[in-house]
Design a protein around this ligand. Structure first.
Ligand SMILES: Cc1ncc(COP(=O)(O)O)c(C=O)c1O
Ligand code: FES
Length: 404
């Protein structure tokens, strides 16, 4: 079977062959398969060395100290550890948390759980571009606020928050700042030396590494304390127990090493492809890009094709793999809560697709996909009575709909 063209890099990326090669060396008997916690023989020492090399690569990409990196199973776990870890440790100081309505479910559902435990959470509304401004954060801070948790780049619309500016505000008020950077690490520069971020979640499978591994950056100066969420052998300085998966960790380390070297090239590549894709739609009516186009990660494009149902469009695109929003909510038929928070009505939110490009996307793929999308949109609109009315100049907002 010929596979469709993959334009869903925000959901996950293929593993870079250089990463896969390094990982495979850590699996078999002739390779580096030992338990990094085994202190009594060379198998353990070698595995530990590989883990520490990887930790250095992750830290280098973030401008952090290797001792500030805690391995987790991915950004979902990192978000849980950061938010619950802070909430539980600092509960005596306060029980108020600030986040936004357009966070990933890993943050939103964790906050909902904390609400059930008696914490109070403020959910900020983004502006119509999808941005949370430093001013919004500042006006929501209270004396009992212990944590602000905001994403760096949104997974559906790719819009970038100014986390450096937000960090200045939280630090001045001595409130901890957690950033979900699953969609930004390796794509845009991050520097923990200059940014006043206290905790930062990362995930390997969004940056050409394997699934099931991630990390949480935990600042040492000023020191951030966390209550562990997983107890056991006391690995990761007690913050996260469990035998370290050397191959996964080595994969994340290699993905970070490559990203540091190739970030600028990847960025240019994705930016060119996105523009190339968009050029195909020039002159087409009622095609809207959702979220700010400038303050946005290069590989993301979220577009509404008015008068076309997003799910029908996906069905029509047999040989292009895209999604209508995030992978984790793709089973739901509800319109995207992110797009709704930007002020889109249900109709337009339902006619949106997310195209995401990456390191292995090619201009030919992009041209082919754009042509397919364009043809499908034209065909679907031809079937839409609303499109006919729109073309006839009927003001659709003034139409009184009769329920049957
Ligand atoms: C912004 C954001 N946070 C968290 C996650 C969850 O990451 P993981 O799949 O590593 O648990 C994702 C993945 O979709 C994401 O995009
Ligand atoms: S993989 Fe992105 S929302 Fe789950």
């Amino acid at each position: 079977m010929k596979l469709p063209i993959y334009l869903d890099y925000s959901a996950t990326t293929p593993v870079d062959p250089r990463v896969a090669e390094k990982m495979s060396q850590c699996l078999v008997a002739e390779g580096n398969f030992g338990n990094p916690a085994s202190r009594s023989h060379v198998f353990g020492w070698k595995a530990e060395e590989a883990v520490e090399d990887a930790r250095r690569n992750v830290a280098d990409l973030l401008g952090a100290d290797p001792r500030e990196i805690v391995w987790t199973s991915g950004a979902t776990e990192s978000d849980n550890l950061a938010i619950k870890g802070v909430a539980h440790f600092y509960a005596k100081k306060g029980k108020h948390i600030i986040t936004s309505r357009i966070e990933h479910k890993a943050v939103l559902d964790t906050c909902r759980q904390l609400e059930r435990e008696g914490y109070e959470v403020t959910y900020l509304d983004p502006d119509s571009d999808g941005i949370i401004t430093p001013e919004m954060v500042e006006s929501a801070l209270r004396d009992d606020t212990i944590l602000v948790s905001l994403m760096h780049v949104n997974n559906e619309i790719g819009v970038i928050n100014d986390i450096a500016a937000i960090g200045e505000i939280t630090r001045a008020r001595k409130v901890l700042f957690h950033v979900d950077a699953a969609q930004s690490v390796g794509k845009i520069p991050l520097d923990m030396n200059t940014m006043k971020v206290d905790l930062l979640s990362i995930s390997a499978h969004k940056m050409y590494g394997p699934k099931g591994i991630g990390a949480l950056y935990v600042r040492r100066k000023p020191r951030v304390r966390l209550e562990a969420q997983i107890h056991g052998g006391g690995h990761e300085r007690g913050m996260r127990s469990g035998t370290l998966p050397t191959h996964q960790i080595v994969g994340l380390g290699e993905a970070c090493r490559i990203a540091k070297d190739e970030m600028a090239t990847d960025h240019e590549h994705c930016l060119n492809l996105r523009q190339r894709f968009l050029n195909h739609f020039e002159g087409m009516e009622e095609v809207h890009v959702n979220g700010c186009i400038e303050q946005r990660v290069a590989g993301n494009l979220n577009v509404s094709f008015a008068f076309v149902e997003g799910e029908s469009l996906i069905m029509a695109l047999k040989d292009v793999a895209v999604s209508s929003g995030s992978a984790c909510t793709s089973a739901s038929l509800e319109p995207s809560y992110v797009l709704r928070a930007l002020g889109l009505d249900d109709e337009l939110a339902h006619s949106s697709l997310r195209f995401s490009f990456g390191r292995f996307s090619t201009p030919e793929e992009v041209d082919y996909a754009a042509t397919q999308v364009k043809d499908a949109v034209i065909k679907l609109r031809e079937l839409s009575p609303l499109w006919d009315m729109y073309k006839d100049g009927v003001d659709l907002k003034s139409v009184q709909w009769v329920a049957h």
